[in-house]
Design a protein around this ligand. Structure first.
Ligand code: ARG
Length: 424
């Protein structure tokens, strides 16, 4: 059996010493990496494994099959947790209120999911007497940061192992290991598949030709969104209603958040909406390309942002995007439990108290565009905004006086520079 000195030395205090690993909570997806891990951990550490699979609304999963596979591979138990509601309410909803996009295009679905998955891993590890949590992240990504930062923060008594980061297996060796150990490998094994991660807020693909920056997206990467060229010839307008910043209805029909997001994703996907071909600065330093499919976010986020702009003052509207950016960065960077995030949330919540109303989004062959706005809280008065003289609250004769004072410092500075230039 494995001698403990076969293991690479630990570099962080929360990493497990091999001798301390007796029962492991494995974050299990049913895919190749985590299936190989399930066996490998039993073999290498002579440890027991409890599997945990978290449902965040990733389409097309058969959880009975995943559970059966885990047990067949020797798991003591396989817990399947439906966390869709908690994910939508406590993670996606704050992201909507913060108009959360990282790098101008990524709505953070994976980054939002990881702290919840890791929190559930902590809960289940404690409940089932595990000393260690194992995950299938590589050493090159953001997800290891998000998961391990969460575990180290919430459960200092638990340790972490990340076998994919330390074992020396490439894909071919993993497939060979799987064959040797009776682990079913689905699909063809000749071509490495895309690396996919998804939940109800979006789907990402990485790997293969995506790593070639001059390679335009091939059709087979799209698993969610219809190719815009094949989307319906007729546009469709979706009315998105918000109360206090939270989406509550589509086309006038009130829906709970999970079905609302699912419905938005469905109609967006049909119209080819939400394809993002994204260059991204990972927190561990790498620059990578991701192909995202985010049909729900592509409808809900611009609708929310438009409504927020309508009910906010010029000063609020100047300030909020700075804060939104900081929020998105913290969450992207794996610092969900950082107190600044909660501080920012308090402001975001307060601003969103006014964000009630309905935005019409027109979907057509890949685009989603705001076409109508309606809110009882709009800081908008049609009579004031029109070109006619309005009297009352706004007097056009006051404007020249305003301009004189408003431009005063700029005019003085301009004059000074002109004088200095002619002097020199
Ligand atoms: N680039 C995105 C992020 O860092 C998506 C990562 C997807 N994760 C994965 N294991 N394939 O959040």
């Amino acid at each position: 059996m494995a001698a403990p000195d076969d293991f690479p030395p630990r570099t962080a205090s929360y990493e497990a010493e091999p001798g301390d690993v007796h029962r492991v909570l494995l974050l299990y997806s049913g895919g190749l990496d985590t299936s190989v891990m399930l066996k490998w951990i039993q073999e290498r550490y002579e440890a027991e494994v409890v599997a945990l699979t978290v449902n965040l609304g990733q389409p097309g999963e058969d959880y009975d099959v995943i559970e059966g596979k885990a047990k067949q591979l020797g798991a003591l138990a396989c817990h399947v947790v439906d966390a869709r509601e908690e994910f939508a309410r406590d993670y996606v909803a704050p992201a909507i209120k913060a108009n959360a996009l990282y790098g101008g295009g990524y709505p953070l679905f994976t980054a939002l999911g990881r702290p919840l998955i890791a929190k559930l891993a902590v809960d289940h590890a404690r409940r089932s007497g595990c000393d260690t949590i194992a995950h299938g992240c590589t050493g090159k990504g953001n997800d290891q940061v998000r998961i391990e930062a969460t575990v180290a923060t919430l459960a200092p008594e638990l340790k972490v192992i990340a076998p994919v980061r330390s074992w020396q297996m490439g894909r071919e060796e993993e497939v060979a290991y799987a064959r040797e150990h009776g682990i079913p490998v689905k699909g063809g094994t000749e071509v490495a598949p895309y690396s996919i991660d998804d939940n109800l807020w979006g789907r990402s693909s990485e790997g293969r030709w995506i790593e070639e920056l001059d390679h335009a997206p091939e059709d087979d990467v799209f698993g969610l969104v219809t190719r815009p060229e094949e989307a319906p010839d007729e546009p469709e307008v979706v009315q998105v209603s918000f109360e206090h910043g939270l989406p509550v209805a589509l086309n006038g029909e009130r829906l709970e958040l999970v079905p609302l997001l699912e419905r938005a994703a469905e109609v967006g996907a049909r119209h080819g909406v939400g394809i993002v071909d994204h260059i991204e600065d990972r927190i561990v330093g790498l620059k990578v390309r991701d192909i995202y499919e985010v049909p729900a976010a592509a409808i809900i986020l611009p609708a929310h942002q438009e409504l927020e702009k309508l009910v906010g003052t010029i000063h609020q509207n100047q300030f909020k995007p700075q804060l939104d950016r900081q929020w998105a960065y913290l969450v992207y960077a794996g610092l969900w439990w950082e107190p600044l995030r909660a501080d920012l949330d308090a402001y975001v919540e307060h601003v969103n108290q006014q964000v009630t109303g309905t935005i019409g989004m027109k979907l057509y062959k890949g685009s989603a565009r705001v076409v109508t706005r309606e809110s009882p809280n709009a800081v908008y008065d049609a009579a004031l905004a029109s070109f006619a003289e309005s009297g009352g609250l706004f007097s056009q004769t006051a404007s020249p006086g305003f301009i004189e004072l408003w431009s005063l410092q700029s005019r003085l500075a301009w004059r000074l520079r002109q004088e200095n230039q002619s002097d020199g």
